[in-house]
Design a protein around this ligand. Structure first.
Ligand code: FES
Length: 376
């Protein structure tokens, strides 16, 4: 490309270890790659120890342990213990499946700092439908296990058309379960959620109502429960500063050891990303072509390059530019200044017109190995 990367990037403060793509759930909005079932290889425990060590040497301080479902790895306690020894603040991102009281005691002893538990909805019916598993009751039990260990608990609920009208009950459920933080994360349309976008995109009216309801609860709960409502960029007309800027503070390592600047960058054409088995993290973070390609603002074209917001959103999301406009070098179509912005507006309008009969004709695609092999 010939683009000069910005002089020495800051540290990757937030390291995300995607320990596995194995997961007992089948969520329709999962951000794991469509072809996850073809990627069965996983790093060994010692590989992760090396990555953690190199991450700390680079200045990483927060470690997310995710997947798939990280609890399916039976070396999770060892990895947590090593991360704790190295001085990371450790956060487990889990569906709750596999978090028994005994395992929670072991993870606490290993030094785990924080647990983020996902729910799909406040009702058993919708929770179990969206994840294609009977997990609602189990999650409620796990929430109690988390509280019993004294961990601060983040409840994460991905929001979309099928549960957004339940937001009052979702927040009430989080309050009843004693969550310190509630993240109401509007669906981001990548991977499985992109496949299911027509059925998942809420309408503007639903969104505004959900925001009003959230504000009422914020006033009621005050500091007892902090509520984050992560706004959806499809409805905002503004691009988000995706992953806080490409190669800026976020580094994720996929189960097979591929190092990525975001969850889904591997699909971008014309880019290669190094594997932690072959390269150390310093080389990957500072020197690799993949991490430098969209770092800073030097890669931008118009309208981004002369935009007054270019330092604010850094051109938005590269993966979304590729998914929607078929070109990762252009402005994120979520931005109203993008020449492709009508693609986003059309998607919102089309989803709003989807009748129940059409929704039946185009059933949701669940994140299942068979679907992954068929579509990936
Ligand atoms: Fe890849 Fe936004 S998800 S840059």
């Amino acid at each position: 490309m010939g683009l000069m990367p910005p002089a020495s990037p800051g540290p990757p403060l937030w390291l995300l270890a995607e320990l596995t793509y194995r997961c007992p759930l089948h969520c329709v909005f999962c951000f794991n790659p469509i072809d996850f079932a073809r990627q069965e290889e996983e790093l060994q425990t010692e590989d992760w120890f090396r990555v953690l060590q190199q991450g700390r040497e680079l200045g990483a301080v927060q470690l997310g342990l995710s997947g798939g479902e990280p609890l399916v790895r039976d070396d999770l306690e060892e990895i947590v213990a090593e991360a704790h020894r190295l001085g990371y603040y450790t956060n487990l991102l889990t569906s709750g499946v596999g978090l028994t009281a005994e395992r929670a005691v072991r993870l606490k002893a290993a030094g785990l700092d924080h647990v983020q538990l996902s729910f799909q909805d406040s009702t058993k019916e919708m929770n179990d439908f969206l994840s294609h598993t009977k997990t609602f009751d189990l999650k409620s039990r796990v929430a109690k296990i988390i509280k019993d260990q004294g961990w601060p608990m983040v409840l994460n609920v991905v929001i979309h058309r099928m549960n957004i009208d339940h937001i009052d009950r979702i927040i009430g459920m989080a309050a009843d379960l004693g969550a310190e933080y509630l993240e109401l994360a509007n669906t981001q349309y990548y991977s499985w959620a992109f496949l299911n976008r027509d059925q998942l995109l809420p309408t503007h009216a639903q969104l505004k109502q959900a925001e009003r309801t959230t504000d009422v609860w914020r006033a009621r709960m005050g500091e007892r429960m902090r509520i984050f409502f992560v706004a959806p960029d499809y409805h905002e007309g503004r691009a988000k500063k995706c992953v806080n800027g490409w190669g800026n503070m976020f580094l994720t390592v996929a189960p097979d050891g591929t190092a990525l600047p975001c969850h889904t960058a591997k699909m971008l054409p014309g880019l290669s990303f190094p594997n932690v088995r072959a390269h150390d993290l310093r080389h990957i973070w500072v020197e690799s072509e993949g991490f430098n390609r969209y770092r800073g603002t030097g890669w931008m074209k118009e309208p981004c390059s002369s935009c007054e917001f270019k330092e604010v959103d850094l051109g938005g999301c590269r993966c979304q530019a590729y998914l929607l406009a078929n070109d990762p070098d252009v402005a994120d179509p979520a931005c109203f200044k993008s020449p492709h912005h009508q693609l986003v507006e059309e998607a919102v309008a089309r989803a709003g017109r989807l009748s129940p009969a059409q929704a039946v004709e185009h059933p949701l695609v669940f994140r299942e190995p068979a679907n992954s092999r068929r579509l990936g």
